[in-house]
Ligand binder design. Sequence first.
Ligand code: GLA
Length: 703
Amino acid sequence: MPITATHDGWLIETAHTAYVLGINPAGALTHAYWGPRLPDPGDYPAPPNPGPWSAFNNPGQLTPEEYPVYADLKFIEPCLKLSFADGVRDLRLSFGATTLDPDPVPTLQITLHDPTYALVVTLHYRAHERYDLIERSATISNQGTVPVHLERVWSALWHLPTHGRYRLRHMVGRHMDEGNLRHEPLSEGVKSIESRRLSSSHHHSPWFALDRDPTAGLGPAADEDQGEVWFGALAWSGSWQIAAEVTDFGSTRIGIGLNDWDFAWRLEPGSNFTTPSSYAGYSDGGFGLMSRRWHRFVRDIILPQPSQPQPIFYNSWEATLFDVDEPSQIRLAEIAAPLGVELFVLDDGWFIGRHDDTTALGDWQPDPQKFPNGLNPLIERVNQLGMAFGLWIEPEMVSPKSALYRAHPDWVIHFPGRPRTESRNQLILNLGRPDVQDYLIAQFDQLLANHNIRFIKWDMNRNVSEPGWPDAPGAPQELWVRYIEGLYRVWGTLRSRHPQVIWQNCSGGGGRVDLGLMRLADQFQLSDNIDPTRFLLMHESFSQLWPPGITHAWVADVPEPYLSLRFRFHVSMGGVVGIGGHLARWTAAERAEATALIAQYKQIRPLIHGGELYRLRSPHAHAYSARMYVAPDQSEAVLFAFRTHLLPRTPLPPLLLRGLDPTARYQIEGQPASRSGRAWMQTGLQLDLANFESCMLRIQREA
Ligand code: GLA
């Protein structure tokens, strides 16, 4: 059992890591340790019990509490802040009881009570032993007779070893510009990253990674291969918050959870509020090992169909935009099929009256002019050609110019009597409302029941404004949570009723990629930016957490044809291949080359989907970058290398391979002789690439 009770607390051990918490002599539930697993249970420190500093800082301020609440002489970021009905906003939690459940995932539950009010907080800890990850969440129970008003409820506070100095790695971006990595030292105060958009967003991502700040002289920084990294994420698709706080007393802690900005929740008597889960882990093998731990966990535990490699698809959006109809799509499908494409996706523009982005969202029937006999003739032709059929939808949205809006103007998120700000000419349906959820389930259930649709691209193309909910059942600000719960219900119900469908998560590209939605989606679209050199950077950034086998980057017609088809394919082949070019304009030679590249991709796809990723040289730092994917049994690997722009005679450094068995011998495509894994990793592979050239090389272990 990876979770055990000790004389003063609990020890949570995973395969390589440990996490310790306990009740200190003052009675506080306190964090004691998070790091590598130690040989003996007695090796871990006891829960700390700091004394006061002066009249200005009593122990409440200095104690590293597991789940601090707003009370006492404490000025740190609390996890929980609330108001009781009588106006009291002070909460004292004392230890109540614990339960330990071994199955299915070992779980520790700790209950804490307020001595005066009938309020109970339960902290949940789950040990994902094989994956070296710990999951935390909290439940707040109102056992009294009057409502309690919640103002902040975070999922967890993750404490780093005290008296260290750390750097925070996180990901920032914008629409068309997702996936920029930042790495910055933390010092006293709070560094906050968040979304206020009702969506996890393009702008920040709900995950963090910390290594040691080498300038502090308190330990070395991490790199891809070595060093300590503490990392975590939130499984939530709405507004969220990460607060990295360094206290004046040398404690670094990361609070993570629902964003308290504009948040409120009326907790009725007898009801509970449970936070989303936060997952976190520790790596002593640098950022590379961190990512491989995430990848395995996401593949096995988060994704709904872990073992399913993603099909190669063609999506006609970049080619035909809204100008779709049956003949144009059949023509493209007839070109796509012989290339080896497995799935044909009809994007936006197919439904009634949708000729541009000003109309029709909400009216999900095929347009009779474009598809006089509905979608089935196209689907049948696509199927005859040996491909599955996929379709774009944007269920959460409505155009003011639509029959749905005319019938239900009250269904959108709005404040009565106030402007309804449109973005991309659309408004957001209030998915917090059960009637809206039921309507959407019925609409798309029917669409999927009446057509042989095997793939849905679920899009979401704006963020919220005027977040009002007239007649909300509780506090109107509950919208921030109830909308996301409604989204999960609609998507989850459709998914369970139509298990044959593969679901792509898209929000103007990578605008809603998080551990909450990826429980329901099989893959995600990286970006609306189709520039392959940008995709190189985004692949690197998103792979910090996401396994490459679910990450789709387009093979598109770049506006200026400065990158070869081969380069564009190689970029996309590092994840899910989806072609977005105008196939009718591709030359016969280009089609032949695409056919050969797709055939190669089919051979390496199991490695992309199920292999271990090693990032050899980052495109963020180098114009000559490389990554490899190694089979879990180390019997084979595939290497991608890309050169963008360097001075013409720049010598390329050898690529020091990773992840091979040092004692086995490996043959690399195009190399005269095999060498030991150790040699490839120690002295490397010398390649010769010109500017804007790439290569893909297969690596085989000798029998
Ligand atoms: C979003 C998506 C695109 C495309 C369009 C259609 O921008 O990210 O891929 O589907 O919508 O309107």
